[in-house]
Design a protein. Structure first.
Length: 392
């Protein structure tokens, strides 16, 4: 009899548990359909839950699939689809706010001043330099990304020269300069990774109200790979104003000079430099004064020329990759780290492999320059530099 009663008691307990679980599941389903009520129930003690149901009509028991006029945090609108594509594909190099990471990766704020949508599309699909291509980025994702790039905001940082409270024109010009010019010319216009110091530029110093700066900015300089920019008249005026403000700030700099001018690097002996070039320096093994170096003194001056002589940063290395099946791919080295090797072939297609799965060899023209560094004497450098400056 006791055993029978025990069994009946166990059955009642199990029945209560099942009923409790069923009620909990039903409550969860109802709560999922009424997030505002659930939120109120969580935030208030049980004794106050009836009051939580006295919410304004806009958020009371919303119908599934219907919109409310006052969405809760869980009902916030989704992110800009173009921003989502940018975050996934571009932000790792060009920055969360499109500010870039100088000198390696340029800002993309205001990039539509430099490229049309067709040009941007081609750049995105084929890549450029260390940037890989994204040929599969098509349709809505591509259009959303282009719209997002076109809406890029002006740079929030401001350091306009010579004025604690810069004029709106200077502020606008500074933003344009930082977005479009600082990658090459430096944020202060005093020279950067590849561009000259504009505060000492003869063209800038001779400019009057943009009569010389304007044409160069609009048309670009193909011989130096400077692109043209599609600035409006007002934008151009603000950019010119900022550049001239930087010139004035540089002139007021204590000591006057801020760097090395080409004349400082013309102290060697050109004949001795030529002898070194053709003899112990070994330069003639790879270079020719009438071939690849013809006119180099017109293309580069001063420190730019000396830096290229000592260590040509932008020289292109060639890589050959052999896959496990024995197939080989040869092209320009586009990316290399301890995990990945990447190249761009003759068609412009970017290819990459895990380094642990392939064999590869890299031929780098810069290696000979690196090997030569500890062998130079001071006279060798000055003489070779003097000789190179005769190659016009």
């Amino acid at each position: 009899m006791n055993t029978l009663n025990h069994r009946k008691g166990s059955q009642r307990v199990k029945g209560i548990r099942i009923a409790f679980l069923a009620a909990a599941i039903a409550a969860a389903i109802t709560a999922a359909r009424t997030p505002a009520v659930l939120h109120a129930a969580i935030q208030q003690p049980a004794a106050q839950q009836p009051a939580a149901q006295q919410q304004p009509p806009a958020t009371q028991n919303p119908v599934v699939g219907a919109e409310t006029s006052q969405p809760t945090k869980t009902q916030a609108p989704g992110p800009d689809p173009g921003a989502a594509v940018y975050a996934k594909r571009c932000a790792i190099c060009h920055g969360t706010n499109r500010e870039g990471s100088l000198p390696a990766f340029p800002p993309v704020q205001g990039i539509t001043h430099r490229y049309s949508n067709d040009q941007l599309t081609a750049l995105i699909h084929t890549g450029k330099g260390r940037m890989p291509g994204f040929p599969k980025l098509q349709g809505d994702d591509l259009n959303n990304l282009l719209q997002f790039l076109a809406s890029a905001p002006s740079s929030p940082e401001s350091s306009s020269a010579g004025s604690a409270q810069p004029s709106p024109e200077l502020t606008a010009g500074e933003g344009l300069f930082h977005q479009n010019c600082a990658f090459c010319h430096g944020r202060d216009a005093m020279g950067g990774e590849t561009g000259p110091d504009l505060t000492q530029s003869k063209l800038v110093l001779g400019d009057k109200n943009g009569d010389k700066i304007g044409p160069v900015v609009h048309e670009g300089r193909p011989d130096t790979k400077m692109p043209g920019f599609n600035f409006s008249t007002q934008e151009m005026a603000s950019l010119v104003a900022f550049i001239h403000a930087r010139v004035k700030a540089a002139e007021a700099h204590a000591g006057g000079r801020r760097g090395v001018v080409p004349e400082d690097l013309q102290t060697g002996n050109a004949q001795a430099g030529k002898a070194y070039f053709e003899g112990p320096g070994g330069c003639a093994k790879c270079h020719s004064a009438t071939g690849d170096l013809a006119g180099i003194a017109r293309r580069f001056q001063g420190l730019q020329l000396e830096e290229r002589m000592l260590y040509p940063r932008n020289s292109r290395s060639e890589v050959t990759v052999t896959t496990p099946t024995g197939k080989t791919f040869t092209g320009t080295l586009a990316y290399r780290d301890e995990f990945t090797i990447g190249l761009r072939d003759e068609s412009g297609t970017y290819r990459s492999w895990p380094t642990r799965l392939v064999k590869f060899t890299v031929k780098s023209p810069a290696d000979a320059h690196i090997d030569q560094l500890p062998k130079y004497s001071d006279d060798d450098i000055h003489n070779l530099m003097k000789y190179l400056q005769t190659l016009r």
